[in-house]
Design a protein around this ligand. Structure first.
Ligand code: NAD
Length: 321
């Protein structure tokens, strides 16, 4: 028997989805979650029990439209985070990535349309811009995906805007720029760079850098991304739009290691390997559109976010924050 939930978080056992769900639950909201635990973890949801809001977890696959239709019943807003969220994974296995990232996204939109959901907020990615030399990247620039994953995310955005135009379903696509924070999986074969670096440093092993380490990213602490999602759920002029979500700060991998070394009071000698195919060289967000349309204000800056992430990893509480 389904409870009444105002919010559905797809991928709510994952890194970003679990933070969105936790924030809503802390506010006392009723939240439903759907996840098939492909990359998500039960541990990410442990802290939900202690929060005032009510939650309901559906162990289900977004490739299954019927399951999604049930999950969307009575829901007002869907935060669609579920995906096979990795560039290298999509290169190694483009078929499953496409099935989840494109077909799964269309299923979410169909279920939302049929259940009269008011708005879907879609997790897109800065990877849609590709390797364009212009920085910062802004939404008027042409997109140029360089990996299957980036194609999937761009297609998801197009599906969102088409569903808005044709069916009147409100949608907002948020182009996340390199999100990091507690609960991000450090162990997977496709782990993101910050949890990989921090775990290596804590375990006193050499962090591996693909390339010369001078490539830059707009690393965005997860709380800023949660804020963007919650604002995108209601912002009156955001529907049908795609916009960047970052901090507008450009940090190289070598700088990440330097700041992490300072926090850990150690000198770091990284193991430099060949650059990976499909990786972009530089990335920096122009966030003025999200500031204008959402009132987005990324308050947690990189160094603070890194310290919080390190603290959670060291305390072994990364998974339950
Ligand atoms: P994550 O892997 O931690 O979370 C994704 C979740 O989706 C996992 O819990 C996974 O089990 C679930 N999932 C995968 N396939 C599913 C399926 N078929 N049915 C149901 N659930 C399924 O990754 P994340 O970093 O939290 O990413 C969340 C979203 O943000 C993704 O859509 C990703 O593409 C996007 N994104 C993330 C970043 C980043 O830096 N982390 C950057 C840009 C975009």
């Amino acid at each position: 028997m389904m409870r009444n939930s105002r919010y559905l978080v797809t991928g709510g056992a994952g890194f970003i989805g679990s933070h969105i769900a936790a924030t809503l639950l802390k506010q006392g909201e009723a939240v439903r979650i759907i996840d098939d635990y492909a990359t998500g973890r039960v541990n990410n949801q442990n802290a939900f029990e202690t929060m005032p809001g009510q939650f309901e977890i559906i162990n289900g696959d977004i490739r299954d439209l019927e399951t999604l239709k049930q999950a969307a019943q009575g829901v007002e807003v869907i935060f669609h985070q579920a995906a096979l969220a990795s560039v290298p994974r999509s290169i190694a296995d483009p078929i499953s990535s496409l099935e989840v990232n494109i077909n799964g996204t269309q299923n979410v939109l169909i279920a939302a349309r049929d259940s009269k959901v008011r708005r879907v907020v879609f997790a897109s990615s800065s990877s849609v811009y590709g390797n364009t030399p212009t920085l910062p990247k802004h939404e008027e620039m042409p997109t140029a995906p360089m990996s299957p994953y980036a194609v999937h995310k761009l297609t998801g955005e197009h599906l969102c805007s088409v569903f808005t135009r044709i069916y009147g379903l409100e949608t907002v696509a948020l182009r996340y720029f390199n999100v990091f924070g507690p609960r991000q999986d450090p162990k997977s074969e496709y782990a993101a760079v910050i949890p990989r670096f921090l775990t290596a440093l804590i375990n006193k092993t050499q962090p591996i850098v693909f390339g010369d380490g001078e490539q830059t990213r707009d690393f965005t602490y997860v709380d800023n991304v949660v804020q963007a999602n919650l604002k995108a759920a209601t912002a009156p002029h955001a529907s049908g739009q795609a916009m960047n979500i970052g901090c507008g700060e450009r940090i190289s991998l070598n700088e990440v290691l330097k700041i992490a070394g300072e926090l850990l009071e150690t000198t770091i000698h990284a193991d430099y390997r060949d650059a990976r195919p499909g990786d972009v060289r530089d990335s920096l967000a122009d966030i003025s559109k999200a500031q204008r349309l959402l009132g987005f204000d990324p308050t947690v800056k990189f160094a603070t976010g890194l310290a919080l992430t390190l603290e959670a990893l060291r305390a072994g509480t990364s998974e339950t924050k």
